[in-house]
Design a protein around this ligand. Structure first.
Ligand code: ATP
Length: 310
């Protein structure tokens, strides 16, 4: 239903979104994952026709979003990062205001407001002024506002940033409900790997304006399928052991933190045995040793050399 082709935004000649190609099928949920400044908000602003691309195209149901913005925008519900609500109006009144922007009115609007309040779990607070709400509750009202006109696709820009855990859970549950039970397509941006992993069928990993990898969780993990992630817990820090392990050809990455050594090694490299022998010789005790499959966080680290929260 949605496709971007070589989508690009440049500021002063510098590409902040660099030839991004992505697609979203009907009823699917995709995640745009990347650290701050990766270009996620700029990408979705162009997709939702709030920002004009420098070049490239966005198609929704085969029609150019750039050439037909007002027609196509009606099919999209956008939940921006910034909360834009009237503090001195109640939750219900705020939704009435947003509904009217979509030319909704009368009983139809009233029913839609009740339905969306129910979805975001704020029915019992509808008469209260928004200024009395927590940041998370305000964001939930923003989500309700984006749903009033029955969009086919909802786009959310980091909806869980800086909010209380209860609202966060509520938002994640709302996204799951909209996508899995109501069949709405979802484009979700986040720098929390676990959220995208939980909610999205596929993901696009962005860094410095470019999509550097995409696919399902399993497909992305296969990037590291030739590797093991090993965690060695010692009874005391041991610089010599760290030094020895770093020298081994099969060790691709090594991080140490107090008594712990984390390694990324070639699969079945024999490192476990080598570590045990070296530890014994250096008179340090291994109290625990674990081999894990790489996580998506590891995939990101591998691709960019940084963690998502760097
Ligand atoms: N109007 C602008 N003029 C110049 N540079 C901009 C403008 N808007 C965004 N940028 C730059 O574009 C880059 C991408 O920003 P964007 O907000 O899209 O990133 P993001 O991945 O959404 O990050 P965040 O999570 O911080 O919102 C950043 O380096 C930002 O400083």
């Amino acid at each position: 239903m949605l496709e971007t082709t070589e989508l690009e935004k440049r500021y002063k000649g510098k590409a902040v979104v660099d030839k991004v190609n992505l697609y979203l099928n009907e009823g699917e949920s995709i995640g745009l994952l990347g650290p701050n400044g990766a270009g996620k908000s700029t990408t979705i602003s162009m997709i939702s026709s709030l920002l004009k691309p420098t070049s490239g195209e966005v198609h929704l149901y085969g029609k150019s979003m750039i050439k037909n913005p007002s027609d196509l925008r009606k099919m999209i519900g956008v939940v921006p990062q910034d909360i834009a609500l009237y503090e001195d109006l109640s939750a219900f009144e705020n939704l009435q205001f947003f509904g009217r922007l979509y030319q909704l009115g009368g009983i139809e609007l009233k029913e839609k407001i009740e339905e969306t309040l129910q979805i975001v779990g704020l029915t019992d607070r509808k008469k209260e002024l928004v200024k009395t709400f927590s940041g998370g509750m305000k964001r939930r009202i923003n989500i309700a506002a984006a749903l009033l006109h029955n969009p086919k696709l909802v786009i959310m820009d980091e909806p869980t940033v800086g909010i209380d855990p209860q609202s966060r859970n509520h938002i994640l549950e709302t996204v799951r409900l909209l996508n899995q039970e109501k069949g709405m397509a979802v484009l979700y941006t986040s720098h929390y790997m676990e959220e995208v992993e939980q909610l999205c069928d596929r993901m696009y990993i962005m860094d410095h304006g470019k999509v550097i990898a995409s696919g399902t969780k399993t497909e992305l993990q296969q990037i590291l399928s030739e590797e093991d992630k090993i965690l060695i817990q010692l009874n005391a820090p041991c610089k010599e052991l760290v030094h020895e392990l770093k020298q081994l050809e099969s060790v691709k990455e090594l991080e140490e933190e107090e008594n712990q050594i984390k390694l990324i090694t070639q699969r079945n490299s024999g490192i476990l045995m080598q570590s045990v022998i070296a530890a014994e010789r250096l008179n340090v005790q291994i109290v625990d040793i674990r081999v894990n499959s790489p996580s998506l966080e590891d995939v990101f680290l591998h691709l960019t050399g940084r963690t998502l929260r760097d």
